[in-house]
Design a protein around this ligand. Sequence first.
Ligand SMILES: Nc1ncnc2c1ncn2[C@@H]1O[C@H](COP(=O)(O)OP(=O)(O)OP(=O)(O)O)[C@@H](O)[C@H]1O
Ligand SMILES: [Mg+2]
Length: 359
Amino acid sequence: MELRIKTIQVDEKLKVYDIPRRIKVAILMENVIQTYSLTKSYGPHIALDSMNLKVQQGATGLLGPNGAGKSTLIKTLLGLITATEGEGEVLGYNIRTEGEEIRKRIGYMPEYDCLDPRLSAVDQIKYSGELLGMNPSVATQRAHEVLEYVGLRDQRYREIGTFSTGMAQAAKLATSIIHDPQLLIADEPTNGLDTQSREFMLSTVTQIVQEGGRSMLMASHLMEDVEKVCSRIVMLHKGKLIAQGRIEDLKGIDQEIEVHAWGGATKLEQELNDSGLKVRRTGRVLRIIKDDEDSYSTIIGAATKTGCQIRRMHDHEPSLEDLFLVIMERLGYEVKSSEDLLVSGPTSRKVDAPEELKG
Ligand SMILES: Nc1ncnc2c1ncn2[C@@H]1O[C@H](COP(=O)(O)OP(=O)(O)OP(=O)(O)O)[C@@H](O)[C@H]1O
Ligand SMILES: [Mg+2]
């Protein structure tokens, strides 16, 4: 509630005193999105389960496998569907009662096809601008600008029905940024794109955030895409929030040592397990959770004892995919609080783990 009051004051001051934009950005609240026990059920099916979400300024990836609840969360945040329980704010506006205010200030790029195939790109984008309240000449000028920005300058008079998937996605992006929104919410923006269009889409949204100073929530099940663009993530699984925060911090939760073993990897794995270390193994490559610096000598001791050769051993640089696996493994199916994932130290980390992982 306190955040909302701040935003309204900022907007009013802007109208009266014309405060320069950079000051407005500086005063704006820390969290562009915040939810409190947000729940959405479709009949008996719980698609969002009591979520306490905090999305800060900058680029945040919304990750999760199919059916995790990403699109449901976005639609609930935009006030397009009503939450069953709980509350939420986007840019300080209430998602239950101020959906229209939210939709005016954000750019939404939905996952479904939302363009009219009979319109030319420029007419489609101009129309979107008019729907947002722009007068026709401003909307036309902006349509040309944003189409150029998304790389569709030469195709702007073509009918959208003749566009490739990549061009249609770029046109969707243009539609969502015509009013220069503070926050862009993009649902699977790289869906169905070939490598080149995908790279272009990712670099364009990166530019919007880094050079334009805007914020973005990007839903994707492609961890690689999120890692390229976002510094923070929100991770969902079966309607539950399983992690949120800076990618760098989350990766620090469980550091692993990678060992390439030769001749006796199975025995080594067994010995390491017996020594109390947690091991994930793929063939001759073992990833061992690094409890502390002593883990190295424990591994060498185990290799000596079992007669297994260690060909290579180093700290593993985890990808987001690894992070997801480690989090899932650690948390099992019951997640009580995502915040504890960010608390360092073995004791606090175990607080949230299911019974069988606590030992
Ligand atoms: N209108 C609806 N009616 C009933 N169930 C729905 C509806 N929309 C979504 N669901 C269910 O809610 C869950 C979450 O769906 P949602 O579309 O939000 O997932 P998602 O993370 O966006 O998945 P995807 O990666 O496939 O886009 C799924 O189990 C889905 O089947
Ligand atoms: Mg979806």
